[in-house]
Design a protein around this ligand. Sequence first.
Ligand code: MG
Length: 160
Amino acid sequence: MFRIGFGYDAHRLVKDRPLILGGIEIPYSLGLEGHSDADVLVHAIMDALTGALGKGDIGRHFPDTDPAYKGAESLKLLKEVMDWVKAAGLVVNNLDATIVAQRPRLAPFIPAMRERLITALGADHVNIKATTTEGMGFCGREEGIAAYAVVSLTGEKVDA
Ligand code: MG
């Protein structure tokens, strides 16, 4: 059994919010707006997982109209999604993700994000990248931050 899932998310950058990416709080003057902690990277990963499982999207499972998810730590929601992966008899083979942000510089924080995600996903093959858009578009204008994620799931661990 082999499945691939793709996820995308974007959140608006605003004042007076923490900037949380991959479960790590990043010191910055702006943060992401959202009902939960607005961890756009983790949301993209959760959508990739629900996609691979054929279970729709995270908006369906964790609606932003539900007060239960107000201020929710996205890594905890990711653990719930991982329970569905396990229930399906699958494991995460690999994750590849890209964060799109003009600022701040994310490279120094990527190793810590990666560690968090290795633990959450139970996968060794976790790759996190960050890029700017050279000032173009909503990410380039620093109106928001976006993230893309691709995951593969297999019936058993594949060593490579
Ligand atoms: Mg989101």
